[in-house]
Design a protein around this ligand. Structure first.
Ligand code: FEO
Length: 169
C-alpha cells in the first residue's frame, strides 16, 4: 500500500475512536440532564464510531499493513445548553467527512482503487451522518423549547437501536 494512504488510514482509526469518545461524552452530558433518549442516541453513535475504527483496522490487516494504535485524545468540547452537543456533532461530522475525502483523494492519486472502493461505504456513511446530525438540530430548534415536545423528542430518540455496519470486508 502507498505509504501516505497507509498512514492516513492508520490515523483515521484514531480519529474514529476519538469520535466514539466524543459521542460518549455527549451521552454523558445528556444523562446528567436526565434526557435518557438523547443519551441513548449518542451511546449508539459512539458504538458506530467504534465500528468505523474496527472496519479500517480490519481492512489494514487484511491488506498486510501494520497498524499502530496511538493515544485517544480527551473529548475537548464544552457543553452547556441542550443544543450544544447537537451543533458540535454536526461540526465534527463535517470534519470527519473532510478526513475521509482526503484519504480518498490520496488513494486515487496512488491508483489504489481497492482502497477507494473500500472508502465508498464511508463516503456514503458520512452523508448519512451529516444528515442525521442536521435533522436532530432541526427537531431541537422546532421542539426543544417546549417541555412537552422535548419529552416527546427524548422518547423518540430512546427508540434508536444499534445495528452492525452493513459493510462486510
Ligand atoms: Fe465515523 Fe461519524 O463518522
Amino acid at each position: 500500500m502507498d505509504k501516505k494512504v497507509s498512514e492516513l488510514l492508520n490515523d483515521q482509526i484514531n480519529k474514529e475512536l476519538y469520535s466514539a469518545y466524543l459521542y460518549l461524552d455527549m451521552a454523558n452530558f445528556y444523562t446528567g440532564k436526565g434526557l435518557d433518549g438523547f443519551a441513548n442516541w449518542y451511546e449508539i453513535q459512539a458504538k458506530e464510531e467504534q465500528d468505523h475504527a474496527l472496519l479500517i483496522y480490519q481492512y489494514m490487516h487484511n491488506n498486510g499493513e501494520k497498524v499502530t494504535l496511538e493515544a485517544v485524545a480527551k473529548p475537548d468540547k464544552e457543553f452547556n445548553a441542550l443544543m450544544d452537543p447537537l451543533t458540535a456533532g454536526l461540526e465534527h461530522e463535517k470534519y470527519v467527512t473532510s478526513l475521509i475525502n482526503n484519504i480518498y483523494a490520496a488513494a486515487q492519486e496512488a491508483k489504489d482503487f481497492r482502497t477507494t472502493q473500500f472508502l465508498d461505504w464511508f463516503i456514503k456513511e458520512q452523508g448519512e451522518e451529516e444528515k442525521n446530525s442536521q435533522d436532530l438540530i432541526t427537531k431541537m430548534e422546532l421542539f426543544g423549547n417546549d417541555p412537552k415536545s422535548l419529552y416527546m423528542l427524548n422518547s423518540e430518540l430512546s427508540s434508536r437501536v444499534y445495528s452492525a455496519p452493513s459493510l462486510v470486508l
